[in-house]
Design a protein around this ligand. Sequence first.
Ligand code: GDP
Length: 203
Amino acid sequence: MRVTHSEFIISNTDVAKCPNEPLPEYAFIGRSNVGKSSLINTLCSRKNLAKTSGRPGKTQLINHFKINKQWFLVDLPGYGYAKTSKTTKKAFQQLITRYFDKRQQLISAFVLIDIRHNPQPVDLEFMEWLGTNFIPFAIIFTKADKLKPLAIERNVNAYLEKMKEEMWEETPPHFITSSLHKSGVEDVLGYIDTLNKDFNAAR
Ligand code: GDP
């Protein structure tokens, strides 16, 4: 799938005000600075559709973008920013819990992970939470241009192994991307396209 049309629809702090249209929806989430805005812009072949934020952890908004007039891409707030206050953390948790609870049209979440790091508790815990709440998700490893192929393989395997050790019988689909090199994005879009087709066939 190529993204030929992308438009910003609305930013919300209230899940009830998110768009009502019965379109399939995909939510992008990850730690602050993981490269989420860059990836969204790359997926949509746009420079500034998602705003790369200068103040990580500050904006706690659910941002809806309509893609190809067929599906919603949702930019969720980043988590795990060291300087976040307890109040902000709580607000984040409430927002996210309500989002995943209410959005019946959500087909899959995409959890973004910086490929350079060892498995981090905050990411593992978040994915565990998704799993226990039966929310389908895939992993997108970001910033692959920062590592050589062998290191990429080693880090991805380390992640998947850790997940298997901790609780997962089966690991989720995963994608390896670089916004700098614009690599891996076709795979993510192809995956969304397949899920959209399944969604439309089931209607
Ligand atoms: P967000 O906070 O998750 O939305 O992250 P941003 O998209 O704002 O990116 C955070 C930082 O990582 C910025 O300095 C980006 O230039 C950088 N970055 C994002 N994606 C990539 C990538 O694929 N490769 C490299 N080398 N840097 C990236």
